[in-house]
Design a protein around this ligand. Structure first.
Ligand code: CP
Length: 358
């Protein structure tokens, strides 16, 4: 009989798959591990001798470094499998002989020799087809007994969301009556996934905050995500609103999270069988971006939020586009607290799903 209800569970669509109470547990465990780490208390027994495999199909600084440091502090090991140096895992129909290996074979092999698998995939390796990367990670999970952790796909970035919820809890001591604004911001790069904004409207509504989602027309999120947010807000007694007015959204906010993502309509679209039915239109997307260059988080916008309010960003930030130096380097910015909390969040996830007993 399983005595630990977290043991062996995947962390893929975590905002949807774990209850609010379970999120509270991850937050509490993250904070407890942060306390132990700060006090120099050894906690390397928690995952002693256990192995996490990571596979990054995209670049990463924060996620890569904090998973590596985190598992070491818990007594385990990380083996980073660079997709280009293995036989790149591929779904059926996307294989190239002796260059790729079908995911079912990769997953079952790794399941025999480690305790968990963590994957990052979005964008180019998933051909910018919305949902392809999420489905790829779920295919690993289908063939593995061990837990699979989503380190960012094309739909969600739940490890980031957990670190950010820990940060909000530290700054405000509560979630209720905290006005949290997830806002689009301009960038010179149009190739940006929906993972952060989608996770950062789902998690705060799940935790019961008053969430405002601000974006120019054309930068809407997956309608299914918005429906979940409305449902979570109803369940928790929080609220969820959507607006195309950045200034109005910032008014009296406790938290602002301005960040760029792409425009869904301009990415390639596929039918149910995965056949491309509409090609991506990057020129069209660039024109839409350039119409909205004023969506920048600057000192003027920060004057609209509460004096006690905070500026958040998952990093890397596009300085002078998404945000001015004055804001990101200013006293209301908590970006390095968030980045540090990736370490504590990832340790909480690993400790709970890989079988540590606190
Ligand atoms: N925020 C985040 O996921 O950072 P990295 O891309 O550096 O991992």
């Amino acid at each position: 009989m399983k005595t630990n209800k977290f043991l062996g569970r995947d962390w893929i669509d975590a905002e949807l798959d774990y209850s609010r109470e379970e999120w509270e547990t991850f937050i509490d465990v993250g904070l407890e591990l942060k306390r132990r780490w700060a006090m120099g208390e050894d906690h390397s027994h928690l995952l002693k001798g256990k192995t996490l495999f990571t596979m990054f199909f995209n670049q990463s600084l924060r996620t890569r470094s904090t998973f590596a440091a985190g598992i070491q502090q818990l007594g385990g090991f990380l083996v980073d499998l660079e997709p280009s140096k293995t036989y790149t895992p591929a779904r059926k129909g996307y294989e190239i002989p002796y260059k790729t290996e079908r995911i079912c074979d990769v997953a079952q092999m790794l399941d025999r020799v480690g305790e968990a698998m963590a994957i990052r995939m979005y964008g180019e390796p998933a051909q910018w087809i919305y949902g392809f990367a999420n489905a790829t990670i779920k295919e690993f999970a289908y063939y593995m007994e061990n837990p699979v952790i989503n380190m960012e796909c094309d739909m969600y970035h739940p490890t980031q969301a957990l670190a950010d919820m820990i940060t909000v809890k530290e700054k405000f001591g509560r979630f209720k009556k905290v006005k949290f604004v997830m806002s689009w911001a301009y960038s010179g790069s149009t190739h940006k996934p929906f993972a952060v904004p989608q996770s950062l409207v789902l998690a705060p509504t799940k935790m019961g905050m008053d969430v405002v989602f601000a974006r120019p027309k054309g930068f809407e999120l997956d309608p299914a995500v918005i429906e979940h947010c409305k449902k979570f807000a109803k369940e928790t007694g929080g609220s969820f609103e959507e607006t195309d007015d950045m200034d109005a959204a910032f008014e009296n906010a406790d938290v602002v999270y301005p960040k760029c993502w792409g425009a869904m309509d301009y990415f390639a679209q596929v039918d149910k069988k995965g056949k491309i039915v509409k090609k991506e239109n990057l020129d069209g997307m660039k024109k839409l971006f350039d119409k909205n260059k004023d969506w920048i988080c600057d000192a003027k916008k920060m004057k609209l939020i509460k004096p006690s309010g905070i500026y958040m960003h998952c990093l890397p930030a596009d300085r002078d586009m998404e945000v001015t130096d004055e804001v990101i380097d200013g006293p209301q910015s908590v970006v390095f607290d968030e980045a540090e909390n990736r370490l504590h969040a990832h340790k909480a996830i690993m400790a709970l799903v890989m079988g540590g007993r606190l």
